[in-house]
Design a protein around this ligand. Structure first.
Ligand code: 5AD
Length: 371
């Protein structure tokens, strides 16, 4: 136990040491890891928890990833694209909730009509959301896949300043096994690097528990986040989607996968102390208090879904996707109460930019106004 605690406090952990921490399984070791991650969170990024309203713009996708329910070849899905009004309505809802930022997410499309749609939405949301409390409007994060450098620059100029693009796994062979041949690890990596060069606050992440993924690969994923200097991290358990080619290859139990996902969050906080880490929806699919437990293990961002209810059920990346009961005021209040009982501060009307980004870019952020 003492050895384990001193391991947690060590800098420059080796792959083997990270694997040892990730696989901890006694109650004592698990709590020691959680406690250390919490300590680093408080000391580095503060007790604040930020909210990003997630708006799933469209489930039309030109890619065919073997794990994803909105893949191009899935015929068992109703495709949709939100109208401009629907998106602005959802953004208004996020403003009313007091969030400082939103995430616009969709399947990947690179055609001109789609790019113009995104640029128009960014401009409209910026105009709509400027107020005394948020003089620069909502912070906008895009999560719309690999785009050309030219189009990324257009999005940035229009006012989006954050971008999420998951690497899915930092292991090129595993990446090749879960994607068709026309998708390349190198291209994904080069897109991530362009995002940083353009000036975006950059987020990436991986799925945890993919078929064929080892603890060593996950340990390398965390070092990848550090070495690629990413500012935001969103990871979640891989959850089988029955309408995909990987449907029958699942190996881990729910309990193991949940524990491993929490351990990944905690170790990521230790190794990348200044980044923003999301407690993702997929965690809640495995456990009713999943997102809260993610926060207790070092996450500091939550992304409540604000896609219109009539469409959200068609954004089925995986099976059993949960919503953070935003339509039920009582359970939202209960969630905020639980966040506070962890000693954390739900933070409203604040962008909550990543400290890692501010340090490297010398940028400022909006001040925090808690409830
Ligand atoms: N299980 C968990 N996460 C998934 N994603 C896609 N399919 C699944 C799945 N079956 C994640 C990917 C993608 C993000 C938008 O959703 O990591 O980048």
């Amino acid at each position: 136990m003492d050895n384990f605690i001193s391991l947690l406090e060590q800098e420059n952990l080796s792959i083997n040491q990270i694997v040892r921490i990730l696989s901890c399984s006694t109650d004592e070791d698990i709590e020691a890891l959680r406690f250390q991650a919490e300590k680093v969170t408080f000391k580095t990024v503060s007790p604040a928890v930020y909210f990003r309203g997630l708006i799933e713009l469209s489930n039309i996708c030109s890619l065919d990833c073997y794990y994803c329910g909105i893949r191009r070849s899935n015929r068992n899905i109703r495709r949709y694209t939100l109208s401009r009004d629907e998106v602005l309505q959802a953004a208004m809802e996020c403003i009313e909730m007091g969030y400082g930022s939103i995430v616009l997410q969709s399947g990947e499309r690179t055609d001109d009509a789609f790019v113009d749609y995104i640029v128009d939405l960014i401009c409209a949301i910026k105009t709509l959301s400027r107020s005394e409390r948020l003089p620069e409007g909502l912070a906008i994060t895009l999560s719309i896949g690999e785009q050309s450098e030219k189009d990324l620059k257009r999005f940035f100029k229009a006012g989006a300043h954050r971008y999420l693009l998951r690497i899915e796994t930092s292991d090129p062979d595993l990446f090749a096994r879960i994607h068709p041949v026309d998708q390349s690890f190198e291209k994904r990596l080069s897109c991530l690097r362009s995002l940083r060069e353009i000036g975006f606050m950059v987020g990436t992440g991986v799925m945890i528990g993919l078929p064929g993924q080892t603890l060593e690969m996950l340990a390398r994923d965390i070092l990848f986040f550090r070495d690629e200097k990413v500012d935001m991290i969103g990871m979640g358990p891989y959850i089988v989607q029955p309408d995909t080619p990987l449907a029958n290859t699942h190996v881990f139990t729910k309990e193991y996968l949940f524990r491993l996902s929490l351990n990944m969050i905690a170790v990521t906080r230790l190794i990348c102390p200044a980044v923003n880490i999301a407690s993702t929806t997929a965690l809640e699919t495995l456990h009713p208090e999943g997102r809260l437990m993610g926060i207790a293990h070092g996450a500091n961002v939550v992304m409540p879904c604000h896609t219109p209810l009539s469409k959200s059920c068609d954004y089925n990346l995986y099976k059993g996707k949960s919503r953070l009961n935003r339509d039920n005021g009582d359970s939202w209040k209960k969630f905020l109460g639980s966040v506070k009982s962890l000693g954390r501060i739900p933070s409203f009307h604040a962008w909550g930019d990543s400290l890692h980004f501010m340090k490297r870019a010398g940028k400022r952020t909006c001040p925090v106004h808690s409830e």
